[in-house]
Design a binder for this molecule. Structure first.
Ligand SMILES: Cc1cc2nc3c(=O)[nH]c(=O)nc-3n(C[C@H](O)[C@H](O)[C@H](O)COP(=O)(O)OP(=O)(O)OC[C@H]3O[C@@H](n4cnc5c(N)ncnc54)[C@H](O)[C@@H]3O)c2cc1C
Length: 436
């Protein structure tokens, strides 16, 4: 049973009527009529995106509800971790540490892994389309992460966006951008290097500050006469502000200059000038980080609130407010008080989404099964010796108000080698949880 020509025209018509190309590949690709998997005997949950949230969802859904057919669709050939990528940028760990394969957990836990890009989602027919064909679902977990919103800087000028991404890559989405950024940092010969902090909410709030510390560490190691200017739209560093400030002042005073209240007014990557509310800055090289939004596929599926750029969800089940068959996991959702972190993506998926979905399938009340997550985030601030700081937040679920609330916040701003060791132990434990 494939999609008929009439269906294709109907879908194309809907797309045209609402003014967007919601199913861009459908009209052109005969392969979209292929059913990639035979119909499932029981229920099928399809997961789109094999990052921190998606890989966790696949393992725990299959483990918790073994009779459900679980399918993970991911576009990348292999997993590369953003967490610890700053530590790698600082030269403190090998690249291998960040890389994992998708096949080991799929084989071990018994879910199906499909290496493909999802090009469209037909929510009425409950189908996920790839260039090779489609997969039907009973429930969909959308875990696609983020996209860069260069439009906020360049007002839709795609050439300018591409130029900026090529010459001054952000490296907040894993891949080539990280490799290029490392080359830039390692080969920087001196002058002014600017790091732009994206406006909140963005992926990993402490990541820009940790990255600054690691870049400063490399400059110091390489005896580069360089200045690293951090342009922050916020009025102060957060989270772990005192810990980062102490590191900058005590370790990198001659290198790091922190500029608060620097909201971007204009970016000219060709003339290498950034105009902000805190003044204008010229740079020799830069890490230019535009604002973040939910990834493309969430927009194509009509699941994003255009006012915020993120997917609205029920804050305890992570069920989409647009479509109850769809759950949004990880950075793409917008739960107030949850940081967009790998640790949180893993925890919220395991303790909230998976438990809620299992309860729903079994006809039970999800609120009776959901557990509150925690979020732990280490930041490496020194390379010689390795020293880190940490924040840990424990949440509670307010069942009456149906929302998570912060119960306890522990911050260790005093950098230490003990916390540096704990950083690696945390990462290994997370990778073990998701990949072995
Ligand atoms: C430099 C840096 C340092 C960080 N450090 C930490 C840290 O120390 N601790 C921490 O907890 N967090 C950290 N983070 C944050 C963490 O990386 C993210 O919060 C986490 O990756 C979010 O998980 P996710 O599953 O939502 O998104 P992702 O991990 O980005 O996964 C999304 C996946 O979806 C796939 N995808 C997207 N669209 C499609 C499509 N159409 N078809 C198929 N596949 C698709 C992508 O290829 C990707 O694999 C850091 C981030 C950065 C950038």
């Amino acid at each position: 049973m494939g999609i008929s020509r009439r269906d294709i025209f109907k879908l194309a018509g809907i797309g045209a009527a609402i003014g967007i190309s919601q199913f861009p590949s459908l009209a052109f690709s005969a392969k979209t009529t292929n059913r990639l998997l035979p119909p499932s005997k029981g229920k099928r949950i399809v997961i789109v995106g094999g990052g921190w949230a998606g890989v966790t969802a696949a393992k725990y859904l299959k483990r918790e509800i073994p009779d459900v057919d679980v399918v993970l669709i991911e576009q990348r050939k292999m997993f590369m971790s953003c967490p610890i990528s700053n530590v790698w940028l600082g030269g403190l760990v090998e690249f291998d540490f960040l890389i994992h394969d998708f096949l080991t957990p799929a084989a071990k836990y018994g879910y199906t892994f499909i290496n493909a890009t999802v090009t469209g989602i037909d929510r009425d027919k409950r189908r996920v389309y790839t260039e090779e064909g489609y997969v039907e679902y009973d429930y969909l977990v959308l875990a696609p992460g983020i996209r860069y919103n260069y439009d906020a800087w360049f007002d839709g000028d795609k050439d300018m966006a591409r130029y900026t991404q090529t010459h001054y890559p952000s490296a907040f989405i894993p891949g080539s951008e990280h490799l290029r950024l490392k080359k830039k940092v390692d080969n920087f010969e001196g002058g002014t290097f600017v790091l732009v902090v994206p406006p909140p909410p963005h992926r990993c709030p402490p990541a820009p500050y940790e990255r600054a510390a690691m870049i400063a560490h490399v400059f110091r190691q390489n005896e580069v006469k360089g200045k690293l200017i951090i342009l922050d739209p916020k009025s102060k560093i957060a989270p772990k502000g005192p810990g980062f400030r102490m590191a900058y002042e005590q370790l990198y005073l001659d290198i790091v200059e922190y500029v608060p209240n620097a909201k971007i007014k204009e970016v000219d990557p060709v003339k290498k000038v950034i105009k902000t509310t805190a003044g204008d800055f010229k740079f020799d090289d830069a890490n230019l980080n535009p604002p973040h939004q939910a990834a493309d596929i969430a927009w194509k599926a009509g699941l994003v609130n255009p006012k915020t750029g993120w997917c609205d969800v029920d804050p305890v089940t992570l069920q989409s407010k647009v479509d109850p068959r769809i759950f949004i996991a990880g950075d793409a959702n917008s739960v107030k008080g949850f940081p967009k972190s790998g640790d949180m993506a893993n925890n919220q998926t395991k303790y909230m989404l998976v438990r809620a979905l299992k309860a729903m399938i079994q006809g039970k009340d999800p609120l009776d099964y959901i557990k509150a997550p925690t979020n732990t985030c280490y930041s490496m601030v020194n390379g010689e010796p390795k020293e880190a700081i940490v924040i840990n937040v424990i949440y509670d679920i307010d069942k009456q108000k149906r929302k998570p609330v912060k119960k306890k916040v522990n911050v260790e701003n005093e950098r230490s080698s003990r916390l540096a060791r704990a950083t690696f132990e945390w990462a290994k434990a997370m990778y073990r949880d998701m990949f072995s």
